[in-house]
Write a protein that binds this ligand. Structure first.
Ligand code: HEM
Length: 167
């Protein structure tokens, strides 16, 4: 299994297999079995899933954690270690990785300001950000906004009952 989906090649995600546009033009990702919201709630409730708990986090520290196996993001004043959450993110790993090691607040609001991240990421809290936000790199451009990777067919044409038929 590749790190972003069904491909064995970890470099290129396979959007035509793992994502599709809804009728409203939003990217949906097919989460793997056992990686839904209820599963996340089960593994994260009353746990600490952050690699560290710090009294405060500087920009220099946050920037270091920008990899898929060590991914911290700043969200509205607090830093979260979302490494364990990545596979459960309904928008997909690459979307969330755009903000790895930086301030995710604007992107987060842009996509889903209504999502209750405070509750969902309780287990992932590292600590309050006490650094200079201007030292942080900007979030990466949207991978799925890249026209060469953009799926152009609606989800209904990708997943039909035939997809589950035995041949
Ligand atoms: C900051 C970088 C992030 C980006 C670029 C991003 C992007 C996206 C995208 C493209 C979707 C699919 C939109 C759709 O449902 O049609 C999505 C869904 C979602 N994301 Fe994120 N996301 C980010 C961070 C987060 C974080 C930190 C959380 C916190 C728990 C989160 C939770 C969710 C949830 C719950 C959904 C499903 C929303 C729904 O179905 O209405 N995301 N995200």
């Amino acid at each position: 299994m590749g790190k972003w989906g069904l491909s064995r090649d970890p470099v290129i995600p396979v959007p035509w297999l793992t994502t599709a546009k809804t009728e409203y033009g939003r990217n949906k990702v097919l989460l793997r079995p056992g990686k839904g919201l209820m599963d996340w709630i089960k593994i994260s409730t009353n746990k600490s899933l952050a690699s560290q708990r710090l009294p405060s986090v500087t920009a220099e520290e946050l920037i270091k954690h920008n990899k898929e196996n060590d991914c911290w993001i700043l969200l509205f004043g607090n830093v979260y270690d979302v490494t364990k959450y990545l596979e459960y993110h309904p928008g997909g790993i690459p979307e969330l990785m755009r903000a790895a090691g930086t301030d995710a607040s604007d992107l987060f609001n842009q996509y889903h300001a209504w999502v209750n991240y405070q509750n969902m990421l309780k287990a992932c809290i590292v600590g309050p950000f006490r650094g200079s936000a201007s030292k942080l790199p900007r979030a990466k451009d949207a991978i799925l906004d890249n026209p060469s990777l953009k799926p152009s067919v609606p989800v209904s044409t990708i997943l039909t009952m035939d997809s589950f038929a035995l041949w």
